[in-house]
Design a protein around this ligand. Structure first.
Ligand SMILES: [Zn+2]
Length: 91
């Protein structure tokens, strides 16, 4: 293990720490929804970048998922119906 040869003065440490700065991210406006976006990045709110859709916004996904869930429910009902039929046959 390396060991420092000399004790670092308060000033030296403090001077080094003057460069520890929290950077403020530069933000641009989304062209489609006007939300704050990092430049050259896909908008996290609407998924648009340079006029192209890269992913769906959470609200849109919900809208698209609802018919799927209905289909899933229908499938469940069908499965239950087939189970009932099969159980009746056995008896
Ligand atoms: Zn946007």
């Amino acid at each position: 293990m390396t060991v420092p040869k000399r004790r670092l003065s308060k000033m030296k440490g403090r001077l080094r720490r003057t460069h520890y700065v929290a950077l403020v991210p530069t933000l641009a406006k989304c062209q489609s929804c006007a939300a704050p976006v990092r430049p050259h990045h896909i908008c996290p709110k609407c998924g648009m970048y340079r006029g192209r859709q890269f992913f769906l916004a959470p609200d849109e996904i919900k809208d698209k998922m609802q018919p799927d869930t209905q289909q899933a429910q229908d499938k469940k009902q069908q499965k239950e119906a087939t189970k009932e039929r099969r159980s009746k046959r056995k008896k």
